[in-house]
Design a binder for this molecule. Structure first.
Ligand SMILES: Nc1nc2c(c(=O)[nH]1)N[C@H]1C(S)=C(S)[C@@H](COP(=O)(O)O)O[C@H]1N2
Ligand SMILES: [Mo]
Length: 374
């Protein structure tokens, strides 16, 4: 049946009207930090829920996405008996499916707060999110190719190209043990739907607990090799000092190693910093996680760090998985504030001041907000 144009417009208006009337929705827009390529940040107010909706999930890419090619092959090669070339359908048909919930966080998340200032995308807290990812285990795929014992690193590449040949391509590698970890996936779905182009369609790597630079999008190859991948994105970028450094100090290349897990962190999603709430019971909420161990506890102080209260946790714990924390207290007219810190089950605690490092990675200082009480 063909709808008359008018009937169609009316129907569309009803649909739009209905979606607009949803109260209390946080602004459904990403915050753009630079024009090109895409570096889009999730507003803090989304971090009071277990899953970050895909349309407000942060986006980071060095060169912008390649064309959408749903039939793109993933080539598995290097030190293997039988190199494979499989598209997403073939992976789906051949290997067991796994769905996992994990935090995807850019190593540069929070870079803006490091003192002294560090060059790079000036992310606030929103270069992170949590989603469910569905795919197959990388170890199953490698096993099917017959990995040689000589292969110590898995090199990973995607279809996105640098803007000119003199700019290095985005090439990463992870140690064999991390590739063989059952949580490392080649995924085609995020939050129950096919990956969007921005998030890596048709296939991307999922490395729970490890910083986002390992989560290669638009996968084209996975190759077993003897050494860590060469090139700018392994040997220069995404490296962290092996010893603590004084803020602003230079670090010798030999004293840096590739990033792996992200440290423990909690952020406050609400109330918003600088807002106003009526006097009475205030609920403070946010998310907390660690890439090194399951979350242990989250503590909140509403008296600027004099006393701390253990917050209530929601959601399932796990390495590299966030839980929602909540704390209520009674606020009198005037002003109120909250500061939060998380501790994981290995005893790692969020520091009051984040460890400065030359690239401004892994900012995880105690997070605080203050607001007016009317
Ligand atoms: N092929 C490719 N994969 C990539 C990148 C990239 O530039 N190219 N950026 C990485 C970085 S630095 C991050 S933080 C995550 C961001 O993933 P998202 O855009 O899905 O949030 O993708 C990673 N995978
Ligand atoms: Mo990143």
């Amino acid at each position: 049946m063909r709808l008359h144009r008018r009937t169609f417009l009316q129907a569309a208006a009803i649909v739009l009207g209905a979606s607009r009337s949803i109260a209390d929705e946080a602004p459904r827009a990403l915050l753009q930090n630079v024009g090109s390529p895409q570096d889009l940040e999730t507003p803090l107010s989304w971090f009071d829920r277990l899953l970050t909706p895909t349309d407000v999930f942060f986006v980071r890419s060095h060169f912008g996405p390649p064309s959408l090619d749903l039939g793109r092959k993933l080539n598995i090669g290097g030190l293997v008996k039988t190199p494979l070339s499989l598209d997403a359908d073939e992976l789906r048909n051949r290997f067991a499916h796994v769905t996992t919930t994990a935090v995807l966080q850019c190593a540069g998340n929070g870079r803006r707060f490091h003192q002294p200032r560090v060059p790079g995308v000036q992310w606030g807290h929103g270069a992170m999110g949590q989603a469910t990812f569905t795919g197959v285990r990388l170890r199953d795929v490698l096993a099917a190719a017959g990995p040689s014992n000589d292969g110590a690193f898995v090199h990973i590449g995607g279809a996105d190209l640098p803007p000119k040949p003199t700019v290095p391509a985005f090439r990463r590698s992870i140690p064999r043990a991390r590739a063989m970890d059952p949580s490392t996936l080649v995924a085609w779905a995020m939050n129950g739907e096919s990956l969007t182009l921005a998030h890596g369609a048709p296939l991307r790597l999922i490395v729970p607990g490890w910083a986002g630079d390992h989560w290669v999008k638009w996968l084209t190859h996975v190759s077993l090799e003897r050494e860590e991948a060469p090139g700018f994105y392994m040997q220069i970028a995404y490296r962290y000092p092996i010893h603590p450094v004084a803020p602003g100090a230079a670090v010798k290349p030999d004293d840096m190693r590739s990033l792996t897990t992200f440290p423990v962190k909690a952020v406050i999603a609400r109330p918003a910093d600088g807002g106003t709430l009526p006097a009475g019971t205030q609920e403070i909420a946010g998310c907390a996680f660690s890439g090194e161990a399951p979350l242990g506890k989250v503590e909140v102080s509403t008296d600027r760090g004099v006393t701390w209260h253990v917050a209530v946790l929601e959601g399932e714990g796990g390495v590299g998985r966030w839980q929602i924390w909540k704390h209520r207290f009674d606020a009198r007219p005037g002003s109120a504030s909250a500061v939060v810190r998380a501790t994981d089950t290995k005893g790692n605690t969020q520091p009051e001041t984040a460890a400065w490092n030359p690239s401004g990675y892994f900012y995880n200082a105690w997070h605080s907000v203050s607001w007016a009480v009317s």
